[in-house]
Design a protein around this ligand. Structure first.
Ligand code: HEC
Ligand code: HEC
Ligand code: HEC
Ligand code: HEC
Length: 461
């Protein structure tokens, strides 16, 4: 049985909730977990104490936490463990204020406790001059951001709760989607939600830009593009920035200008160099430089790591030097150790297993069920909006995305390509749906049009 790891936290949260607006009620202020949050592990592999199943979760972590960027996987598994490319840092100084930028470099867990970015400056040997240099350099990475008209908080709030965001992110506790009868109880979401606390820290216009182009901003491809209009993105951003009181802060533009770093050229140059020596480029592409992989990240190979290690990246406290600190919890360490132990037995995945592997990474399961796995959590179904009385009459089919069983039989490869990445997406056969099929990064979904037919016909596509 899959068990909910956050159940207790929610229960405690409920007991503590008083009459004052509870910060946790708002999705961008939801209570974070105290370890790096990886949705595919959290939903599917954290609740069952079966060694093989936990190891499967460990494999997901090896990829999603980008361990494989420094600890090279065996050549035969290189394609499977391609890792993730982290947030594009070009323009970061137009998103985060100098102080927040500094905190993120120094210890990202202070800016976002459940972040998947490990800390490289939390060890006892941390050098704050290096932090300052990195901040000085990242501080020069500004980008022209269009000033969008101020969005409408209430419209954004309604949109957020009907357009599919809540498939992955937290609903606002206590929010009642329209159409839910007054006497019906709104169930708490049981499964953990993808954190989005940075929405609170980003500059408002930068947040709008992010929502319009998530695939460029986050090359990880984990946050899909909903094809939002500028007006819708502005409304959503206003809601996310407004926080639990549903009021926008007064100093919306001051944040980025208050303490603009003066560009000390020597310091900036040092920061630029540190980006490579501190191995930031293991996960981030080097801004302004397309061939910065010259100094390939170096550490022991994945196969040579000791599953029983208690040091290095498995250490409970930051050890410093070149070793990153993730703040892994005990279960994650066990899963990772189990995966390392089974690395030798890991083989190429057949199409059905590869579909499952990728659907967990990209969280397709938040919206789609396949082979009895995933699908929207029952308590979240109310956040998949109905378009009108006709859709309501259709029941669940009127608002929930289709199950993907036999997708490869129903849909030919060209059609699948069209649905997943165009160039022009086919006209929907389900115009009653409010939640769209969002656009994922093409690199992330490119294998699916081949995999679905191969898995569902039991042969070559
Ligand atoms: C930015 C690069 C980097 C990333 C990312 C990284 N590591 Fe490491 N890791 C190191 C370095 C450097 C060491 C020190 C030993 C060495 O040179 O391999 C180390 C050491 C270790 C050790 C101890 C090695 C031993 O045999 O004593 C383990 C275990 C480990 N890492 C596991 C992981 C796991 C699991 C992840 C992902 C959650 C990860 N590492 C992510 C760089 C990295
Ligand atoms: C399929 C799951 C999924 C859906 C649906 C989704 N998101 Fe996300 N979102 C993510 C993931 C995963 C990340 C983190 C991505 C990363 O760091 O690479 C993210 C990040 C974000 C962030 C950045 C904040 C932070 O702390 O990283 C914001 C803001 C955000 N999402 C808003 C939205 C909004 C608004 C919607 C609805 C229009 C939405 N998301 C729908 C998965 C999703
Ligand atoms: C093991 C991979 C990894 C390494 C190494 C790494 N980062 Fe990150 N970084 C990430 C991930 C993943 C995110 C997105 C985190 C999130 O949204 O929760 C991120 C986000 C950031 C952000 C916030 C950007 C934004 O606009 O939201 C900054 C700044 C940053 N990293 C700087 C650095 C610097 C500087 C270094 C080197 C000292 C570094 N990172 C090393 C994975 C990494
Ligand atoms: C936010 C919810 C959401 C997420 C996340 C999502 N989808 Fe979808 N998907 C939909 C909706 C809604 C449709 C139906 C679109 C229509 O018919 O108009 C759909 C349709 C599809 C179809 C066509 C199915 C059919 O029978 O017509 C495929 C294939 C598909 N999605 C694959 C994926 C894959 C692969 C992922 C992960 C990379 C994914 N989807 C993530 C909402 C989602």
């Amino acid at each position: 049985m899959l068990k909910d790891r956050t159940g207790l936290a929610f229960f405690v949260g409920l007991l503590l909730a008083g009459t004052a607006p509870d910060a946790r009620a708002h999705p961008a202020h939801a209570k974070p977990v105290n370890y790096p949050f990886v949705v595919g592990f959290e939903r599917f592999h954290s609740g069952m104490d079966d060694e093989a199943y936990l190891a499967e979760g460990g494999f997901i972590l090896l990829n999603e936490l980008n361990c494989v960027a420094c600890h090279a996987p065996p050549a035969v598994l290189a394609e499977q463990f391609s890792g993730v490319v982290a947030t594009e840092l070009d323009g970061v100084a137009s998103r985060l204020a100098p102080l927040e930028l500094e905190i993120f470099i120094r210890n990202p867990r202070f800016a976002k406790r459940d972040t998947t970015m490990p800390s490289l400056f939390a060890g006892p040997d941390r050098d704050l001059d290096e932090v300052a240099a990195l901040r000085a350099w990242l501080g020069t990475l500004t980008k022209e951001i269009p000033a969008h008209p101020l969005g409408d908080i209430e419209r954004g709030r309604a949109l957020y709760h009907r357009t599919g965001c809540v498939a992955c992110h937290a609903p606002e506790t206590g929010y009642r989607p329209p159409g839910v009868p007054d006497n019906a109880e709104i169930e708490m979401a049981g499964l953990a939600s993808v954190p989005m606390n940075l929405a609170d820290l980003y500059d408002l216009n930068a947040l709008v830009e992010f929502l319009l182009h998530p695939n460029e901003h986050r090359p990880s491809g984990r946050m899909p593009d909903f094809g939002l209009s500028v007006a819708d993105a502005s409304d959503l951003a206003a809601y996310l920035k407004a926080g639990p009181d549903l009021v926008l802060p007064e100093n919306l533009t001051e944040a980025l200008t208050a303490d603009a770093p003066t560009a000390d050229t020597a310091l900036v140059a040092k920061g630029r160099e540190l980006f490579l020596t501190k191995q930031c480029h293991a996960c981030h592409t080097m801004p302004g430089n397309t061939d910065a992989h010259q100094a390939a990240p170096s550490a022991k190979s994945l196969a040579s790591l000791d599953p029983a290690a208690t040091g290095g990246c498995f250490s409970e406290r930051p050890v410093g030097g070149p070793v990153p600190f993730y703040g892994l919890d005990l279960l994650q360490r066990r899963a990772l150790a189990a995966a390392l132990k089974r690395l030798g037995e890991r083989s190429a995945l057949d199409p059905a297993r590869e579909i499952d592997w990728r659907m967990k990474q990209l969280n397709c399961y938040a919206c789609h069920e396949r082979a009895g796995i995933g699908g929207p959590e029952t308590s979240r179904e109310v956040y998949f909006g109905f378009s009108g009385p006709e859709a309501i009459a259709m029941g669940r089919d009127g608002h929930l995305p289709p199950a993907l069983d036999e997708a490869g039989k129903r849909l030919v490869r060209e059609r699948l390509e069209g649905i997943l990445f165009g160039p022009t997406r086919p006209v929907s056969s389900r115009p009653h749906l409010v939640v769209p099929m969002p656009v994922f990064r093409k690199e992330s979904v490119a294998p699916f049009p081949v995999l679905f037919p191969a898995a569902d016909h039991g042969g070559a596509p």
